[in-house]
Design a protein around this ligand. Sequence first.
Ligand SMILES: Cc1ncc(COP(=O)(O)O)c(C=O)c1O
Length: 369
Amino acid sequence: MSTQPKSAPTYVWEPTTDFLASKYGLPRDSIVRFDVNTSPTPPNLRDVLAGSFDPALCEYPPSDYAALVAAAAQAYGVGADELLPTAGADEALDLIARATLREGSVAVVATPTYAMYRIVSEQRGAKVVEVPRLGPEEGFRLDIATLAMAARAAQIVWLCEPNNPTGVLEPPERIGELLAVLESDARREGRETPTVAVDEAYTEFVGRSVLPLRYDYPKLVVVRTLSKAHALAGARVGFAVARPETLAPVTSFRAPASVGTVSAALATAALLRPELAAGNVARIAEQRTRLLRDLTEFGWRPYPSQVNFILIRFSSQSAAAAAAEALLRVGLVPRTFGPGHPFADCLRLTVRSAQENDRLIEAARGIPA
Ligand SMILES: Cc1ncc(COP(=O)(O)O)c(C=O)c1O
């Protein structure tokens, strides 16, 4: 019998910038990442930190991350006791899965969506039940009735709002409706309500949140990040946000000081300057309108988007693969969806700066849809 540990399901990225530069014989700095939904304008570090930075790198960060937590409490409108700083949203997702799931548990995922909900659930030995969203003609909305049915046997329901990769938001009232049904079903059947995790990685682009629902549904955990609208993906800072009694078990799984001192200082400064993220959101909205218009003009079929990425449907899986290859050859990296994925005939493209989007439009002009 093999003594090798079984490898766990894991996240798969598009190839790295160095790999692609070498494969396509392109200068490294000509490669533009349209695949990872980051914002193209990082905050000016000197400006953001503005004299308030005392890194003390020989020491650990304070165990309560008091300054970071205070800044996030103010930015998100929640109590300091409702916030757990994490190394990006991804660490929050992992900790929520650890706190909620064990071998044989059931996790419900509204699909297609961000791959990590399935991954962190399966890593805990849980069975994943997928509940497909409604089709594009119905705006990729949640199938509330089927979700509620599946949730009756589940320990957790994972939602992404606005959803990656469909790029649209379920109105928070509809999430409220779902939570009310989960609550009444559980009460009637005399069992605990499932945890509902809502990943709001892109919330700043829509300016709406389910956070107010945490009073009605105490097992709601919201996940936030500095990686998207705040343009700090490299810093790796996110949060789990929940009522203190829901947050406590999640907190207990985090390794001590998983958010580094430099990252915590950057995120604190960025959260105290909301106009920086607001500027990114405004610039991206302008570029999104222009990308949607221009791509549509030469026959591409983008779906509507409220966020910093656009999902585009091609005539077939091979047309999507050919478009991806044509973009890669000129150093533009799209997000692809593997064979078997419901969006295997789609590409997802991040909305980037005006100049970077110029390159995308120029390249896309000659690529059949
Ligand atoms: C929905 C969603 N959640 C979480 C993440 C990861 O965020 P972070 O960089 O904060 O780990 C991403 C990144 O693409 C995402 O799309």
